[in-house]
Design a protein. Structure first.
Length: 403
């Protein structure tokens, strides 16, 4: 039964992959479809996200448009992108007018031309922000965040993201809505960690796009140290290279073939759903150098797996050190190896952390809570924009001017 006035929502997503921000967009689509809202999702290419969207009842359109990366968030970078943007914006406007949505939902800061095109058509706009990189130069953060002033509502996926946005562009504070990620748990209860057959190697897992920022190389070096210390461990890396990170991925594969690691590291590529990989893991490692939230950590907690994560802002929201996981310094293989070794030596502690993590993730990052909050944000955006349009219209009407 419909409880919202929205009839049609147009969603712009920067890729056809299914990683953290894509998964949250899928949950947003599910929330809208539950209310009978027509959802049209626009992608720049075909990919695995298409079937997931159609399974949720969304329509999928594919048109060519550029995606802003950090390297291009500068005057020189934008100059290189300008021709592609110039070609894309008219097509985006035509699509918006053709679909005639009650709301344009732009997923991530990497599509500022969608905000500009939607504003040009008068459509209400919501931008869902999943990025919070304090390590980026101020000019890069400003280049990514300033276009958000074109959005009617900005949804931040975590307190870390919210603080980053306000620090970068203080004027955004009044239009930000905090909606922490919602993460679905596994369909069934997986095998408990530590129940591998006697004599089997301990299985570690890293999940995420292969990139320097995600730092899977730190996990490889930690495994090398653990093997040198006499621990029998194996590492599985789930994920594909982020755009522009193919050379880094190649170097990672080469490192895994060195004598100290040969046979101890497996690259599984893109894995969806992730639950079978989590079920065969004994411990999850999240070595990222920066996160706005960190879906992989929460998925591990929901799978009842002990987590060792870097003490970066996004992880500080999802992991309480010594309670729901272990936090270590980023880019420190020795600290990571020490933490993993301590849990391998103390399976009782590992299980306590896994159980506490499961309780925390279920209570704080549930899907129903997320769907209700994102639906409210979407409806509020459309309503407030409509109210402003009506006020502007009444202020400029002939009768108002005569009065």
């Amino acid at each position: 039964m419909r409880t919202t006035h929205l009839d049609t929502v147009l969603v712009a997503n920067p890729s056809a992959d299914v990683y953290g921000s894509d998964l949250q967009m899928l949950e947003s689509v599910a929330a809208l479809r539950e209310q009978g809202v027509r959802v049209v999702v626009v992608l720049p290419t075909l990919g695995p996200l298409v079937s997931a969207l159609r399974a949720h009842g969304a329509e999928v359109r594919v048109i060519e448009f550029p995606v802003l990366c950090r390297a291009a968030a500068s005057p020189r970078g934008m100059a290189h992108l300008a021709p592609a943007v110039g070609r894309a914006v008219p097509a985006i406007r035509r699509l918006i007018r053709n679909v005639a949505p009650d709301l344009v939902y732009v997923n991530t800061v990497t599509l500022p031309w969608w905000l500009a095109a939607a504003r040009g058509t008068g459509a209400p706009t919501l931008c869902h922000v999943h990025e919070a990189e304090a390590a980026d130069p101020a000019v890069v953060r400003l280049g990514l965040d300033l276009p958000l002033l074109l959005a009617d509502v900005v949804v931040a996926n975590s307190r870390t993201t919210q603080a980053s946005l306000v620090a970068s562009v203080p004027a955004l504070a009044s239009r930000i809505r905090l909606v922490c990620n919602g993460v679905a748990g596994p369909p069934t209860s997986p095998r408990l960690p530590g129940q591998e057959p006697t004599g089997a190697a301990a299985r570690l897992l890293v999940v995420g796009r292969i990139s320097r920022r995600k730092a899977p190389d730190t996990a490889l070096e930690a495994v090398s140290l653990l093997l040198a210390r006499g621990y029998d461990v194996r590492l599985e890396v789930c994920g594909t290279p982020a755009p522009g990170q193919e050379d880094f991925a190649g170097a990672l594969h080469e490192r895994a073939e060195q004598p100290d690691l040969r046979g101890a590291v497996a690259f599984s590529g893109y894995v969806a759903p992730i639950w079978p990989a989590l079920a065969r893991a004994d411990l999850v490692v999240a070595p990222s150098l920066g996160e706005s939230f960190g879906n992989a950590v929460v998925e591990a907690q929901l799978a009842r797996r002990p987590v060792v994560a870097t003490a970066v802002p996004g992880h500080l929201e999802t992991v309480r050190h010594g309670v729901t996981g272990i936090l270590v310094a980023p880019h420190d293989p020795r600290a990571l190896a020490d933490a993993v070794g301590s849990l391998l030596e103390d399976p009782g502690l590992a299980l306590l952390l896994a159980d506490a993590g499961l309780r925390s993730a279920r209570s704080r990052y549930g899907i129903e809570r997320y769907r209700a909050e994102i639906l409210d944000a979407a409806c509020s955006c459309a309503l407030s924009s409509a109210a402003r349009s009506m006020l502007t219209s009444s202020m400029s009407s002939p009768s108002r001017k005569r009065a």
